[in-house]
Design a protein around this ligand. Structure first.
Ligand code: PXP
Length: 250
């Protein structure tokens, strides 16, 4: 059964902060990018406050909470420090991601099944505070079932392996990853979970995932922020929106 409503686009603005932090100054301003994204049709803004603060800062989160009219999806690791920050802000959504200091980006999904008890206790206060809790996981039945058991309302499926296989021309692997995403989005939806997806999506890879009827939201950042150099941020987002809508109609 398809999810209700239109496929939402969450724009991840982390890499506006990456460019800013390369010089340690005040520009480009992630909040300004977020407001532009809103105007260009973003249904939400995603920002990941990493433990090492390599891109988004605490002040960015303050600014986004105060200045956005669309919901903020606050990505964070399952640490006591981040829980305190999330409970202070009470964002619309909290997405729990794995985090390793040495990684360039969020490389894999969260290992929920092995940490079920700790994560159940970790997310309970976030839910009670009114945030929708999402868990970023691989397209793996074990992890989906564990996310469901701990009381998450949403799962976000990691599309990185699918996108990497496409970029590297490993088309059999790409198709296998896509089939797993397809099957697991339907399975998660059948359990009553809201299904999101994201990581590494581009104009070339977005349509098959956007076409899955059970997926309610895509979170996309790095590619669009890069594309904004050539087209401007509004048109870069507008093109992604167009491709998503086209896939959904087909
Ligand atoms: N979803 C999650 C949970 C992420 O961690 C990221 C990257 O921060 C994204 C989506 C967006 O990925 P990308 O920037 O590669 O589009």
């Amino acid at each position: 059964m398809p999810c209700d409503g239109k496929l939402r686009l969450g724009v991840n603005i982390d890499h506006v902060a990456t460019v800013r932090n390369a010089r340690g100054g005040a520009y480009p301003d992630p909040l300004r990018a977020a407001k532009l994204a809103q105007e260009a049709g973003a249904d939400g803004i995603t920002a990941h406050l990493r433990e090492d603060r390599r891109h988004i800062s605490d002040a960015d989160i303050d600014g986004l909470m105060a200045g956005l009219s669309v919901p903020l999806n606050f990505e964070m690791a399952a640490t006591p420090e981040m829980q305190t920050i999330a409970l202070r802000h009470k964002p619309h959504a909290v997405c729990i991601v794995p985090e390793k200091r040495e990684e360039r980006t969020t490389e894999g999904g969260l290992e929920v099944a092995r940490e079920e008890n700790r994560l159940a206790h970790f997310i309970a206060p976030l839910r009670e505070a009114g945030s929708r809790v999402s868990i970023f996981i691989a397209a793996d039945k074990r992890q989906i079932e564990a996310a469901h058991r701990i009381g998450a309302q949403v799962i976000e499926l990691h599309t990185g392996a699918y996108c990497d296989a496409h970029a590297e021309g490993r088309f059999d692997a790409r198709d296998a990853e896509l089939a797993a995403l397809r099957e697991m989005s339907a399975y998660a939806h059948s359990l009553g979970l809201e299904v999101h997806a994201g990581h590494g999506l581009t104009y070339d890879t977005v349509k098959p995932v956007a076409g899955f009827p059970e997926v309610a939201e895509l979170n996309i950042g790095h590619f669009m922020i890069g594309e904004a150099i050539f087209r401007g941020l509004g048109p870069a987002i507008g093109e992604m929106r167009r491709l998503m809508d086209e896939a959904r109609e087909a």
